[in-house]
Design a protein around this ligand. Sequence first.
Ligand SMILES: NC(=O)c1ccc[n+]([C@@H]2O[C@H](COP(=O)([O-])OP(=O)(O)OC[C@H]3O[C@@H](n4cnc5c(N)ncnc54)[C@H](OP(=O)(O)O)[C@@H]3O)[C@@H](O)[C@H]2O)c1
Length: 144
Amino acid sequence: MSAVGGTAVNSLFFRPVAVEPGMVLLTQGTGGVSCLAIQLASAIGATVISTSSEDSKLEITKKLGATYVINYRNHGDWAAEVLRLTDGKGVDHVVEVGGMGTIEQSIRSTKQGELISLVGFLASSEATDIFPSLMYGGKTSRSH
Ligand SMILES: NC(=O)c1ccc[n+]([C@@H]2O[C@H](COP(=O)([O-])OP(=O)(O)OC[C@H]3O[C@@H](n4cnc5c(N)ncnc54)[C@H](OP(=O)(O)O)[C@@H]3O)[C@@H](O)[C@H]2O)c1
């Protein structure tokens, strides 16, 4: 299996928490890891929220299985959109491919106590202090 395939499978289905039917997953952008994660998670009955910089790509992620889509260019505060779509609860699992540029909003998008899989570093940013939101949210980040 390619690095992309192995990474998507590993982040979704292996320790510490496997994605299961009924869970809500957040994916970022339309790269290889995210597109495969959308397909695998939706195939087992999870709800997927996918983001992209382009509406035309979001039409494709819907075809791949995403239930909800967010254009992260139009919604700079996309975490607020994630919280709106999940009735303020947040998602069970984030496949985090942006790194420094997305991690703060990924943490905010995640339910108390749930999981962020650290996969990539596509988005640069100013330094962000994520310690309080990780600690007080009881959230787990796992590197892949
Ligand atoms: N740890 C591992 O085992 C492993 C394995 C494979 C890959 N990776 C890493 O994981 C990351 C993803 O890999 P990939 O192969 O899927 O990458 P890719 O195919 O190059 O992904 C490119 C896409 O990422 C999206 N993106 C860029 N900046 C973004 C941002 N700020 N917010 C949301 N989406 C953004 C864009 O989607 P839109 O055009 O839709 O906006 C872009 O088209 C990379 O950093 C790669 O190095 C890690």
